[in-house]
Design a protein around this ligand. Structure first.
Ligand code: SF4
Ligand code: ZN
Length: 311
């Protein structure tokens, strides 16, 4: 197979786009496409300050790399979750995030949940009723809270995450199976800012996972290969595998599923728009973030409860 642009041997073949490219042209194509998506979905401008949520994985480090190449003002945020799982997961992912930042002379904010709140994610999960022994619900809540807090406190205009198409299609699939209207309405490449909530964007949402792996490998980005030890057996992995089976027989199915959803949502064709009730938001008396739960927000309540238990 030859590269469409130069006729050299192709390194990456994308069946769904009927496109094959050599290393050099692939490393140009990914940032060009990212720029196209940033513009198409009006994610941010070159004047805005971007905070990239960096996990040490291929997607977030590649995103940071691409934004830097495109000339955007992007700093990183690494959240220390305190997850070991026998492989020193958090430790290693922090090391690789810091290494990337140092090598490229980029600014990385490091926030350690345990230092900040006295409890790591596994500790918080143990004293919480959320998730039945798995820390993912607690982890998701903490990540959302902390990312928003830091983006807001440090004056960033927008928060960017490295979600790829496989992540987005899996979430969409899960939400569609249960017709979770409220979640469906909020899913997309951009979640606009609202009172006290930073704008959230996903510039890689149209790239397949394997495209991002190829980008990271061909760019020589050193990233953590291991998944978080708690990801194993999760529902989202099951949905990803199911969609991969579909993709094998119908190349492009994942992308079509996601793009057709965005089109239908934009055109107002989906019934979900009418049914969604927006909960009334007020500021959490402890952290000041908007919340619909009475009194403290869910995150502050969870931390308070966990600290009482361990006192
Ligand atoms: Fe957090 Fe790991 Fe669960 Fe992801 S898989 S939500 S990082 S605990
Ligand atoms: Zn709060």
């Amino acid at each position: 197979m030859k590269c469409r642009k130069c006729q050299n041997k192709a390194s990456v073949h994308m069946r769904q786009h009927k496109l094959a490219l050599c290393k050099e042209h692939y490393l140009e194509w990914v940032p060009e496409q990212t720029e196209r998506f940033i513009k198409k979905y009006q994610m941010f401008t070159r004047e805005e300050k971007i905070l990239v949520a960096v996990s040490g994985g291929k997607d977030s480090l590649s995103l940071w790399d691409i934004l830097m190449q495109l000339g955007y003002q992007a700093d990183g945020l690494y959240l220390g979750l305190g997850i070991d799982g026998g492989i020193g997961y958090s430790h290693e992912s922090q090391r690789l995030s810091e290494k990337f930042a140092n090598e490229h002379n980029l600014k990385l904010h490091v926030v350690d949940i345990e230092k900040e709140y006295g409890q790591s994610i596994p500790m918080l999960a143990e004293s919480s009723h959320r998730g039945y022994g798995k820390p993912c619900a607690v982890c998701g809540l903490a990540k959302r809270h902390e990312m928003n807090r830091i983006a807001r406190d440090l004056g960033y205009d927008v928060l960017a995450t490295g979600h790829n198409l496989d992540d987005e299609a899996a979430v969409l699939f899960g939400n569609t199976l249960s017709w979770a209207s409220e979640y469906l309405l909020r899913q997309g490449p951009v979640l606009p800012e609202a009172d006290g909530l930073a704008r959230k964007v996903k510039p890689l949402c149209r790239f397949y996972e394997r495209e991002m792996t190829a980008y990271a490998l061909l760019s020589g980005i050193e990233y953590i290969y291991e998944e978080c030890p708690f990801a194993e057996g999760s529902q989202s992995i099951f949905y990803k595998e199911t969609l991969n089976q579909l993709e094998t027989t119908r190349p492009g199915a994942k992308l079509t599923f996601y793009l057709k959803f965005l089109e239908a949502r934009k055109s107002g064709e989906l019934f979900i728009e009418k049914n969604v009730k927006q909960g009334l938001l007020h500021a959490c008396p402890k952290c000041g973030q908007p919340t619909s739960t009475p009194d403290l927000c869910s995150f502050c309540r969870m931390v308070e409860k966990a600290n009482v238990k361990t006192e």
